[in-house]
Design a protein around this ligand. Sequence first.
Ligand SMILES: [Fe+2]
Length: 214
Amino acid sequence: MYNIKPETFNFKSVKGISTKQLDEHYKLYVGYVNKLNEIWNTPYIQGNYLDSNATYSKMRSLKLGETYSLNGVKLHNLYFENMTNGNNTPHGLALDMITRQFSSYDNFISYLTNVGLSVRGWALLSIDSIDSKFHIIGSDLHDTGAVWLSYPILVMDVYEHAYFMDFGTDKKKYINTFIQNINWKVLNDRLQKYISFTKPICMNRNIACPMGFF
Ligand SMILES: [Fe+2]
C-alpha cells in the first residue's frame, strides 16, 4: 500500500513571493502526491490493464498519469527545497563549476532566465551522465522534455501557477525573485551527493569525469 506523504517546506523564509501564492502552489503539489498514491495503489489485476489501446485506453491513461504525477512530485520537492531556508549568497563548488562552464555567474543567470522565459514548465540546471557537465534543460510539462540519467542541481518552476497570483504576466520579475531565493547550500549538497555517487566509477578514468571534481 503506497502512502507517500507530501514534504513540508519553510515558506516563511521566501522573500518576495507571498504566502498565499506559495500555499496555493503547495496545494497543487499535494494533489500530485495524492494522485501518485492512487495510481500506484491500482492493483495489478487484468481488469485494470487489458484495456491498452495506444490512442485511448485505461492503461494509457494510467501510464500518462503516472509519469505526470511522479515527475510532478519529484520536481516540486526539488524546487521548494532549493528556494527555501536562505543561504542565498552564491558560493562553493556549484558556483565554481557554473563560472567555469558559463564564463561568468552573470552569464549563467542570463541564460537560465532566458531558458525559463522560453518554456512553460520547468528550467533545470543538471549534470548529464553523457558528459558529466552542467546543462540547463527546459521543459513544457512535468513529463515532456524530461531527460533520463540527468542529475538535477537546481530546479525552477516556471508554470504560470508558480507566479501568476503575485506577478501577473511579469514572468521575468518572478524569475529574478526566485533567483534571489536560491539556497546555494542545497545546490552544493546535491553536487556532493552526485560526486560521492559517481566518484568510484569516475576514478576508473575510462569515462568523462565532472570537470573540476578530482
Ligand atoms: Fe508547480
